[in-house]
Design a protein around this ligand. Structure first.
Ligand code: SAM
Length: 291
């Protein structure tokens, strides 16, 4: 039987055959360990009925395993050089649709309509290019896609920030942004040795389970996210100081104190101690008092 793509031997053969050189600027670190891929697919909750969207198939290491375990897969790859290689390495699988496109430019809603059945559970699974992890994930979340989960290999430190709870050093506006849309959990840490070439940062697998409805009621989402970012602008400063700075020209100190009092939040606290519920109250209170 033929060897999987996700092995050092097979990967080297493919790289040599096509004289492929890695582009660091595209975050190309390919997985060469089938066990890790099996774990990712199990954590993602993929079954034979599932529809899967992959971002950045590379030479097809993860794509192949997804094709084996799911009903069908669509994969967005930005690097034109990889398209003919993927045609070759994934020859023999008839349930994969390769799309040559920058995921940040892609109409994912349309791709879902065109490739999946309405009754299929759809999951996103990827070993992401680390240089654009946050833009990719925030695009996918903001677009409110009809998906069940997103399971991704990303930089360990970014995974920790996305899954962080209040009062921890990783907690910040990114935690709130991600957890507004999902339940976020770091499901495993991954050693550098399973990649070719080895990345110079540590990696984790993050699972995001999409929430049916937002966990808090906010009057204006953009206003809420902007205010959260303002509260963390200078981490060591108090909430009151960060807000005073942010609202210069809109609200004076006395207004800010009054609004904080009205919702029962102590301005001497730091942003990192506020829960999402408290941030929602805060944003709604300021939103209502704008002119
Ligand atoms: N999935 C493969 C694996 O696990 O071996 C490759 C993962 S590699 C970390 C990231 C992949 O994303 C590369 O193939 C890269 O060319 C691709 N990529 C980078 N930027 C992209 C973008 N904006 N849209 C789609 N793919 C992109």
């Amino acid at each position: 039987s033929k060897k999987y793509i996700a092995t050092p031997t097979r990967t080297n053969e493919i790289l040599n055959k096509y004289q492929f050189f890695f582009k660091k600027s595209l975050g190309q670190n390919f997985l060469v360990d089938v066990n890790i891929l099996g774990n990712i697919i199990r954590e993602a909750g993929i079954d034979k009925q599932a529809g899967v969207i992959e971002i950045g198939p590379g030479i097809g290491a993860l794509t192949e395993q997804l094709a084996i375990h799911a009903n069908n897969v669509i994969a967005f790859e930005i690097d034109q050089r990889l398209l003919p290689i993927l045609e070759d390495t994934l020859d023999g699988y008839d349930n994969i649709n390769l799309i040559h496109q920058d995921i940040l430019e892609a109409d994912v809603h349309a791709a879902i309509k065109a490739n999946f059945q309405p009754e299929q559970a759809i999951h996103i699974v990827a070993n992401l290019p680390y240089y654009i992890t946050t833009p990719i994930l925030m695009k996918l979340l903001r677009e409110k896609l009809p998906i069940v989960s997103i399971t991704v290999m990303i930089q360990q430190e970014v995974a920790a920030r996305m899954a962080a709870e209040p009062n921890s050093k990783s907690y910040g506006s990114l935690s709130i942004a991600v957890q507004y849309y999902t339940n976020a959990k770091v499901v495993m840490h991954v050693p550098k040795g399973v990649f070719m070439p080895k990345p110079n940062v540590d990696s984790s697998v993050l699972k995001l389970t999409i929430k049916d409805t937002p966990p808090v009621d906010v009057l204006d989402e953009e206003y809420f996210f902007t205010l959260v970012r303002a509260a963390f602008a200078q981490r060591r400063k108090t909430l009151k100081n960060n807000l005073t700075n942010y609202f210069k020209g809109t609200f004076v100190k006395e207004d800010i104190n009054m609004i904080l009092d009205s919702i029962g939040v102590d301005g001497a606290r730091r942003g990192e101690s506020l829960t999402m519920t408290e941030f929602a109250k805060l944003a709604n209170a300021f939103f209502l008092r704008q002119e």
